[in-house]
Design a protein around this ligand. Sequence first.
Ligand SMILES: Cc1cc2nc3c(=O)[nH]c(=O)nc-3n(C[C@H](O)[C@H](O)[C@H](O)COP(=O)(O)O)c2cc1C
Length: 320
Amino acid sequence: MEKKKVLGISFGRKMMNTDVMIKTALMECEKAGCEVRFIRADDLNIKPCTGCISCVVGMTTGRGKGGCPIKDDFYILDEALMECDAVIVGSPTYVLGPTGHFKAVCDRIGPSHDVTFRKATYEEGLAAGKDPKDLPDPRSFKKRVGALVSVGGAMTKNWLAFMLPTMYEFTMSMGIDVVDMHEYHGAMAHEHVLGNEEQMERMRKMGQNIAQAVMAESEQERTKWRGDEEGVCPVCHCDMLTVSKDRKSVECPVCGISGSFKVEDGELKVSFSGEQQKRSRLHWDGKLEHSTEIKTQAVGPGQISNLKELKAPYIGYGEK
Ligand SMILES: Cc1cc2nc3c(=O)[nH]c(=O)nc-3n(C[C@H](O)[C@H](O)[C@H](O)COP(=O)(O)O)c2cc1C
């Protein structure tokens, strides 16, 4: 049987905490019989998305396959993602959230790799008799598992507040099932994670968790949550909530689902119905809701007949 492929990606400094933590998890995967690959994201020249939306327009009009016109090193990461069965991604905390480069990479994965866009384009294209080489890469639909690793120098956990929720941006559009996540705060109290056995052990455990998930025989076992904490949201397992304007419900900002809450014996109890959980944007239904909204409501150019005229006073305005 072909070995399962696990890809580790670090957005950290060369051979510092994040790099070594991701490599530690990969070493366990390799021990368990997986083929592994490590990519240090900052070694690649990946430019920011320009917002041209040709990836999505191409797919919705049936002329494209989700590609990007920017010529840089993104194709290296893209091919590694297409090849892998599991991904372990780690980022340092830069001002409460993942690094700017992490976000740049997520934008490049973003809509172009959305499984619902890609699948519809692929199936409609095949039905129309198109050559599969002109259609989205069928490896886009492979079931994958993932793990997220957040690393912060601060001693206080809330200095990593936006890390894990934001890190879902990496896995969301491809529909990668995150089965484990870990946050290492207080990294600056240690010269290097190599001197912090508790963290090293947790990363070994993450490697074992990913190896078990990727080799699982049932779908339930594959997607089983293997993280240390259940979290407030039963879908993404994060603890972040937003409060509705009327103060009557809460939302999970990662999943975009609504829940109810009550305080019992001084404890906040939050619950999300099965129906809401199903429409999380981490699941097919939630993603489909969004891609359908875009396909049916986004308008193309030529709607405002005098747009050129309206724009004229703004051209060059305030630019020195
Ligand atoms: C620009 C910048 C901003 C940072 N902001 C935070 C922060 O908000 N919270 C935190 O916990 N650590 C912060 N740190 C510290 C890093 O997260 C920490 O050094 C981490 O270990 C870097 O990961 P690495 O060792 O894998 O490169 C910041 C570091 C830099 C360079």
